[in-house]
Design a protein around this ligand. Structure first.
Ligand SMILES: Nc1ncnc2c1ncn2[C@@H]1O[C@H](COP(=O)(O)OP(=O)(O)OP(=O)(O)O)[C@@H](O)[C@H]1O
Ligand SMILES: [Mg+2]
Length: 238
């Protein structure tokens, strides 16, 4: 018996094709409450296709606060901002002006607001597709902290899609690496090192081959030294 909770989302042997492309083939995935499940893989590996299948089940959207009924229903914006403000304060974040439109927030602030919203609306699952992709080191760190907090303190099942094995390894409890639509690796943290994760993300042997090839490429200094030698040799020629 294991002490881990049963999955709140379980996909078994999922397949998806677009015309003649097998975007997903025989992919299974379990997402547990209170855990960060990382989905990694190269461009075109099938990550977004996989989460669009999960999101199709719609866990979180539609929880906005609504005021009035029938044709008079409208979003209660002031109430939503107030709640967001409270949640952000609780998480130790002060946005200077909450009326500030989301479009003018920095990338990191926007991700944090999304996480705060999920917590406030009592989401059981939070899906983040590349939340740290456009962020600097400091902002990535803040977002990673909230990803971990959403899972460990709020018990949300977080699905974290990223190309960055370092980010994934910092917060992940479970790791799924996709390669050309198939599962390349599916392991809990206990069975994984950062090196092993990077190895599988590079398609296994691919990384060793790349490293070998890079050793064969001359460095900038070596290239300019060799050019200098060539030109002095040609000057000495009669
Ligand atoms: N709507 C679509 N129509 C046709 N092919 C698609 C469609 N969406 C995705 N694909 C193809 O399915 C495969 C998986 O794409 P997907 O977007 O899931 O990859 P990804 O892992 O999210 O990549 P990235 O890291 O670049 O976001 C790719 O070969 C892609 O070209
Ligand atoms: Mg994608």
């Amino acid at each position: 018996m294991t002490s881990r909770s049963t999955p709140i989302i379980e996909l078994k042997n999922i397949g998806k094709s677009y015309a003649n492309i097998n975007a997903l083939k025989d992919v299974s995935l379990g997402v547990r409450q209170g855990e960060v499940t990382c989905i990694l893989g190269d461009n075109g590996a099938g990550k977004s296709t996989l989460i669009s299948i999960i999101a199709g089940r719609n866990f979180f959207l539609g929880s906005e606060i609504v005021r009035g009924i029938g044709p008079f229903r409208r979003l209660d914006v002031p109430a939503m901002w107030e709640e967001t403000n409270k949640e952000l304060h609780r998480m130790g974040i002060n946005l200077t002006d909450l009326e500030q439109s989301v479009g003018t927030l920095s990338g990191g602030q926007r991700q944090v607001v999304a996480i705060a919203r999920a917590i406030h609306f009592g989401a059981r699952v939070l899906i983040l597709d590349e939340p740290t992709a456009a962020l600097g080191v400091a902002q990535s760190g803040i977002v990673l902290r909230y990803i971990a907090a959403a899972a460990r303190e709020q018990g949300i099942g977080v699905i974290f899609i990223t190309h960055n094995p370092h980010h994934a390894y910092m917060v992940g409890n479970h790791f799924l690496v996709l390669a050309r639509g198939e599962v390349e690796l599916d392991v809990p943290r206990e069975d994984l090192s950062l090196e092993k994760l990077m190895f599988h993300m590079a398609g296994g042997r691919g990384l060793a081959t790349l490293e070998h090839e890079l050793h064969l490429v001359p460095t900038a200094e070596a290239a300019s030294e060799s050019a200098r030698r060539d030109s002095s040799r040609s000057r000495r020629q009669p």
